[in-house]
Each structure stands twice: as C-alpha cells, then as structure tokens.
Write a protein that binds this ligand. Structure first.
Ligand code: BGC
Length: 726
C-alpha cells in the first residue's frame, strides 16, 4: 500500500515532464523497459483475446511499472457498447460542415467521454477508406473523398481527442477502400498516388501527434498491411517519423515473425476472434528465444506503446475502465452537454442542394405532410439492431464497429411536429414507404416532406442484401418511386436525404414539383432537431458536399473491385476525375446552397519563401513541409438579407513544369459567419507541401517552378476568383 502510494506520487511528479513531449516520453519508456521480463513484454504487445476483458481490445498489464491493461475501444464517432454516451454525427457529417472549430469540438467531446469511461485508446479517426469508391461501405466513417479535407479532419480530431489524455488511433492504414474481399485483396498503389492521396491524411495525423495507427486488413503490393516493411517501417516510422505504435486491425495479423519484422507493435484482439490461437504471446517469446525475432524488435514494440502512454499522461490518474462491452454494464452517463455540439455538427453539415424560388425556409405553412418510414421512430427503439445493422427508422449513422448505442434519437417527424404545433400548422403523415399512402398524404397538404435513405457499413453484417458495400447508388426502399408519387400529388415537395454517401438523384431532381432537396447526411442522435433548425431558417444551411454526386454510377469511373486493386485512376479521384474527363456532375464536390448570397472579391496571392524543404525528420515528415510559404486572401460579402456562413474554398493548379496533376486540387478552406451586408477577409496559408508534388524517383516533395493557378470559389466548380502566383 505504502509502496504503491510512493509509486503513484513518483509517477504523478514525473508526468508533467513527459506529457506532450515525445523525447521525454521515449526516455521514460526506455527506462521502464529495463524492469520488464520478456513474458511481460509479450503481454503488453498481445491482446488478451476476443471478449477477454471489458473492451473490444485489452492488453496485458505490467504492475511492476504501474502499467494497467490498456482498454482499446471503438470508435470514430464515440464510445461503442457503452450505456450512456453521445451518438455524435459520423465524421462524414463533420466534414460536411467544413468548420474546423466544430470538427475539433466534436472530438473534444468524444475524448472527454472516452476518458470518463477509462478508454485508453479510442479507435478513430478513420482516413481509410479515403472514399474513392462511392459504394465503399465505410466511407462515412471518414472525412470525404479528398485528401486535404481528410487531413484537416484527422488533424483536428486527433488533437481534440488527445486533449483529454485519450490516445487516438488513425486507421485503417492503408488502401482499405472497400469491404468486399477486404482481407484478401492487394492494393497496389504507385508511390506518387500514395503520397498525394492516401498517405496525405495519415501524414497530417502523425503531425497531430497521434499516439497509435491501425494497420488495415488488406495487402499492399501483395504483402499484408500489418507485416508490410515498406509501409510500416519505411514510410510510416521512418519517412513520417511516427513515434507511437502500430496495432493490427482485429484479426489482421497473419504471422508471428513476419509481423514483428514488418513493423507491427501490438496485435488485436490477440487471438483470432475467440479461437484461442495467439500468434504472439508465448509464440513471440519462443520466437525471441529461438532467434527468429530479435529481442530489440520486441523492446521497440514495448517502448513505442509505453511512449504513447507516457506522452498522453496515462501513467498518472487515468480513470479505471467504467463499463463492459459484453455484460450489459454500460457504465455511467458521460454525455455532459455534448448534445449541443452534436446538434451543431448535424445542423451545419446539412447541404441544401435545390431550393426553387426560396421554397425554404418554411414559414408557418398551413399544412404539412410528413412521408416515409425514415422520418419516424423505429418502434423497436433506435438500437434495435446490433451495431446498427438494419435500416429501419431514422438513419443517423451507418453500421458496423464504427457505431455507438444511441442515448436517444430525435426522429424528424417528432421535431417537425413540435415546430408545426407551435406554428399552428396542421400535420398529416404517412409513416411507411408505400407509394399510394405517400401520394394520398401529399395531396392533402400544402407542403410535402418526403424522406429517403441509403445505408452501408462493415462487411460482417449484411443489411438487405448489402454486405457492407452498397450494391448500387440508388435510394433504398424504392425511395425514387416514393418521391415520384409524392411529387405527383404535391407542388411543394421537399425531399430530405439521409445517406452514408452519394446517391443518384436523377429520377426526381429536375421535377418542377420537387422544389427543394435537403441533403441531411448522417446526423447522429440530434437528427430531427438539426433538420428543423435548417428547414425553418433558424440557421441558414452552410454545409458543402465532401464528395461529388454524379448523374450516373459509371460517371465516377470506379466501382467495387473484384480482384486486386491497382489504383489505376491514380490521382484522378472524385472531382479530379470529373474535371479531367470533362464529365458534368449533378452536384460537384464542395457544393451547397444558402438562404443568402455571397460575393467574392479582392483576390491576393503572395508566394514569398521559395526555399526548398529540408530533410530533417519530424512527425508527419520534414517540419519544413508544413511551414507557410504562400498566402492567398479574398473578401467574402454576404450580399443577401439573412445571416449565414459561407465556406470559401481554395483550389490550386500546379505549374505546367510538374508531371500530370489534376487541374484543381483543394488546398485550403475557411468558413465565415456573416451578417447581411457584412464582409470578411478569408486567408489561406499554403504550406510547402501544398505546393508540391511527390517525385517518386527522387523520393521527395518538389515544388515545381512556374506559375500556380489560384482558384477561390464556393465549390470545386463554382470558381469566383482566379489568379496566379509564381
Ligand atoms: C474494424 C476496426 C475496428 C475493430 C474493432 C474491425 O473489424 O475494421 O475499424 O476498430 O474491428 O472493433
């Protein structure tokens, strides 16, 4: 007792010295390493086995150094399998806000809840998939189909989570773009494409000091990601100078010595989902004793795990695990006031796609019909299906490990009804997707609001024939036909879409009777409240699409791959592909309407510091890559008559001296809130990396000489100001 008190006091005293300091944390880790036996080391790097501990992942402990079993728990939108947590909107909705502060605050909330429940490692955020394939089942867990936007989302989220001393986990590294054959296919990505697309957000993650990275299920150039020397040792740990640890996705480890040599530092869940087969544990001890795996490699694994633990200050005062994933003990209510940020993200991520003659905002209509099953509570409750693996009732998140149990889910119908009652609006309803019911309800009201969805998730659950990835890009439950029936009966039809990603809107988007289309995305628990805020103009819509909505599925140029994936589209993903091929999208990346209008003026572009990047290693790659060398500014004016926010976007074109590169690439954005008539200057600082391409031969970032095209606009195609800088 006395002894442990002294130990606790000692570690409390030393914590300030380590926390937030990689070098000091590494020094402390190597000191602690001295006191550990090989058996203890093997325990720290090996999960205890599936469901052997309160969390989805649990490590061994080492009491001699005060190291308790680590709790690793999903996921990217909050704490999974807990009883009373906030169901934040998924990352795709956070990305749709394009609001850096909101993205960060969402993560602060997630970190606080994870800490309060004793979660050491929260298994998120996710930048893999990047979302190159619209049908990809898990795109909604990340921040949209652009590496720069993903990078900002990852950075802010990691900083936000780790503020509470919870370790974030950047996942799934790397090339895991689809669910179909995710554990068999090889992603073969050329070096330039890796650096400029898929690695980009992971570099930002390391730069944000992420404590851990999860290697993915797939192979890379025919070698499993979790034993891939090139991707783990060379790129992640050397080029990006990642000081933390690599943990396997659940069951993504395939060999004892191969994974050790390839750069894996922790295996999860330890066994292969309850089969009691441990590739590490005693097998790692034996491999060291027989000389197959070097002791120094095991020491490095443990050092990295301890370094992240010290870095986040978890060696002192970190709460015990306060819930259990498996036995119904959900733990205390840790929601605090996080429903406010959850609502703000849900609301500001809503994208207004169509609004004929200012049909929205609603102004006390005489009567409204609310149509479609997804507007109404699931009578079985919002958590009726494990890991949200069914599509009944309001859709607030996709399905799979990246979900949480809702504390509540505000159905659109309930929130609209409340507002309608206050306004004296008569409400009729059709709480099914039956066309004739929908048509009848629509005919009986002044305004009809019809709800459609599309869902996707992780491959271990199949929902309505979709094994994770979506089978197609259509609205589910014959949503198109439902909209047609409603529009036939009502001249003021408003379509609300809750979806994991792009769907085809062609069957109704141009109908005169469809006066508004509201892309409400994946709103989490605050669905109805967020929607009412926008429908009624309490807040003007300010979300922008984090991907392109095409007119035909084929227009995206990619689809679920059946064999290996050679990533032959290279850099030409999403809007980069549409621009290159000259294909007209329905709604382009970055698009979103408001209730006001914005003028753009006064473009300036200065490129002052032309010195090249140096090669001094630092987390994320050479620190000089992240120094600001150019700045673009513009003035945005709210030229309409309601207060609103605009997301001004900067796209760069590289000089012609660079090898073939997309004509425009997102390299900055800023959201500004403006009163009517008010103006503000937006600033886009450009880092060396933002002006560079990856030279695969020279293995370096190169800033091409010549003039850069500078485009500032309201979307990737609605460019308002163009200039150049050299
Ligand atoms: C998923 C990971 C998740 C893990 C633990 C895996 O199937 O791919 O994203 O963190 O399970 O639940």
């Amino acid at each position: 007792m006395q002894y442990s008190l002294i130990l606790a006091a000692l570690s409390a005293a030393s914590v300030t010295a380590q926390k937030g300091d990689w070098a000091a944390s590494a020094a402390k880790a190597s000191q602690s390493l001295q006191g550990l036996s090989l058996q203890q080391k093997a325990g720290i790097v090996t999960g205890t086995g599936w469901m052997q501990g309160p969390c989805v992942g649990n490590t061994g402990e080492a009491q001699s150094i005060g190291f308790r079993s680590l709790c690793l728990q999903d996921g990217p939108l909050g704490v999974r399998y807990a009883g009373s947590v906030t169901a934040f909107p998924p990352a795709i909705q956070a990305a749709s806000t394009w609001d850096v502060e909101l993205i960060k605050q969402r993560a602060v909330g997630m970190g606080e809840e994870a800490r309060a429940l004793g979660v050491n490692v929260l298994l998120g955020p996710s930048a893999g998939p990047l979302g190159k394939i619209p049908q990809g089942g898990r795109n909604w867990e990340g921040f949209g189909a652009d590496p720069y936007l993903q990078g900002v989302g990852m950075y802010e989220t990691i900083v936000g989570i780790q503020e509470s001393g919870v370790q974030a986990c950047a996942k799934h590294y790397i090339g895991n773009e689809q669910e179909y054959r995710r554990s068999e296919l090889s992603a073969n990505i050329d070096d330039r494409t890796v650096h400029e697309m898929y690695l980009w957000p992971f570099a930002d993650s390391v730069r944000a000091n992420v404590a851990s990275v999860m290697c993915s299920y797939n192979k890379l150039d025919s070698v499993y990601a979790c034993e891939n020397d090139e991707y783990l040792n060379q790129i992640l740990k050397t080029e990006l100078d990642f000081p933390g640890f690599v943990l396997s996705d659940w069951g993504a480890q395939h060999t004892t010595d191969g994974s050790a040599k390839g750069g894996l530092d922790m295996t999860m869940p330890g066994d292969n989902f309850g089969d009691n087969q441990f590739l590490w544990g005693n097998n790692l001890v034996n491999a060291v004793n027989s000389g197959q795996v070097q002791q120094s490699r095991v020491d490095d694994m443990v050092s990295r795990i301890l370094t992240s633990w010290y870095y986040t200050g978890q060696d002192s005062g970190f709460p015990n695990v306060g819930f259990n994933s498996w036995n119904g003990n959900g733990g205390p209510n840790v929601q605090g006031n996080h429903k406010e940020v959850a609502r703000a993200v849900a609301r500001d991520g809503i994208v207004l796609l169509k609004n004929t003659n200012n049909a929205l905002p609603l102004n006390k209509p005489e009567s409204i019909a609310i149509i479609g099953s997804h507007a109404f509570d699931n009578p079985q409750g919002p958590n009726a299906c494990v890991d949200r693996g069914c599509n009944t009732g309001p859709l607030g998140m996709g399905w799979g490990s990246g979900t949480v149990d809702y504390p509540y889910l505000i159905a659109p119908y309930d929130a609209i009804k409340q507002q309608a009652d206050a306004d004296g609006t008569r409400v009729t309803q059709a709480d099914s997707d039956n066309f004739s019911h929908g048509g009848t309800a629509a005919r009986a009201a002044e305004t009809a609001i019809v709800f459609i969805t599309a869902d996707s998730g992780e491959e271990y659950i199949t929902v309505e024939g979709n094994a994770g990835d979506r089978n197609n890009l259509n609205a589910w439950h014959t949503g198109n036909e439902l909209v047609a029936a409603v529009a036939e009966g009502n001249q003021n039809t408003i379509v609300v879409v809750h979806s994991v990603g792009q769907i085809l809107l062609e069957s109704f988007i141009e109908l005169d009777n469809v006066v508004a289309v509201v892309w409400a995305g994946l709103p989490g628990q605050e669905s109805g409240n967020a929607l009412v805020d926008v429908l009624y103009g309490k807040t003007a819509p300010s979300g922008k699409l984090p991907y392109t909505i095409g007119k035909r599925a084929e227009d995206h140029g990619v689809s679920i791959v059946r064999g290996d994936d050679n990533f032959s589209e290279g850099l030409f993903v999403d809007y980069r592909h549409y621009d290159k091929q000259g294909i007209e999208p329905r709604f382009e990346f970055g698009f979103g309407l408001s209730y006001t209008t914005f003028d753009y003026s006064g473009l300036t572009a200065t490129y002052s510091d032309k010195s090249p990047a140096d090669n001094v290693a630092a987390p994320g790659g050479s620190a000089s890559l992240y120094e600001t060398v150019a700045t673009v500014t513009a003035t945005i004016t709210n030229s309409g008559d309601v207060a609103a926010a605009e997301v001004a976007q900067l796209y760069l074109g590289l000089p012609s001296s660079a090898p073939e590169t997309p004509a425009k690439q997102l390299r900055g954005f800023q959201k500004v809130h403006l009163e009517p008539g008010q103006s503000a200057t937006v600033q886009f600082p450009l880092r060396r990396k933002d002006l560079s391409y990856w030279d695969a031969q020279g293995k370096n970032w190169v800033i091409p000489s010549g003039a850069f095209a500078v485009h500032v606009g309201a979307s990737s195609r609605d460019i308002r100001l163009t200039g150049s800088m050299a």
